[in-house]
Write a protein that binds this ligand. Sequence first.
Ligand code: SF4
Ligand code: SF4
Length: 288
Amino acid sequence: MIISVASGKGGTGKTLVATSLARSLKDSNKVMLLDCDVEEPNDHVFIKPTIIGSEPVHIMVPAVAEDKCTYCGKCAEVCAYKAIAVLANHVLTFPQLCHGCGACSYLCPEKAISEEPREMGVVEWGHSDGVGFVHGILTVGEAMAPPVIRKVKEYANHDGLIIIDVPPGTSCPVVEAVKGSDFCLLVTEPTPFGLNDLALAVETVRELYIPCGVVLNRAGVGDAGVEEYCRKENIPILLTIPLDTEIARLYSRGIALVDGMPQWKSSFRQLFDSIKELVDERNRSIKR
Ligand code: SF4
Ligand code: SF4
């Protein structure tokens, strides 16, 4: 089973939930935690893995042999990302805009375009006290997270339970990280900002036909807007974590919630049981 842990906005407690879920289930399941928040991965701070391997991530970008080029402009025409421009007697490439789709080299009538690798980041893997671990690190200054996210997901071992810590927001990196999941947990807080970004995240996962449920973090502040929204949209609130100084203190010291307060383990196990029930129910209804 693949469970992704997402949130419409950053700072809602996504990492807290992903790391505590992994830690709570490792004794009863084969668990792997993938940190796909590659612009700012921080699960490693909480689960302190032993890193045993790494691999750079590349995308293939165009290299133009101008002695073969006729400056016909076809490559610039087909590039949806404006990563290649043709002037009167020169071809300019913008590697940081290139998505590595290969269309320009494929369609160049003169075969003047070859492809060369460009490093975007790195993937590292290891383990932590029975939890398999992979994370990606996007090179500072790079704009495109999806290639690094794809590479992190390639290292997933599909034998057991996979927990994916998804980047915040609702754009391409989120879609890349969430797609293929059996269930998406949306972590939010009970404030108008939390509600606004939760609604956007719900729209995104519904577009992907992935069932979702909510973890309400820092309950006790804000208002009842999130609960009303979930009721109206028929989205279950599967876990509520209160606003609590001790929880905040553990987080600021880089300690996973269930390591600092083991009494929370049973709540995270119940959360997993609820997810399993919802996924089973959905699978049954698809078969019918
Ligand atoms: S498509 Fe090929 S020949 Fe035409 S401008 Fe681009 S590189 Fe040159
Ligand atoms: S590989 Fe794709 S994205 Fe990159 S320059 Fe060529 S057409 Fe554009």
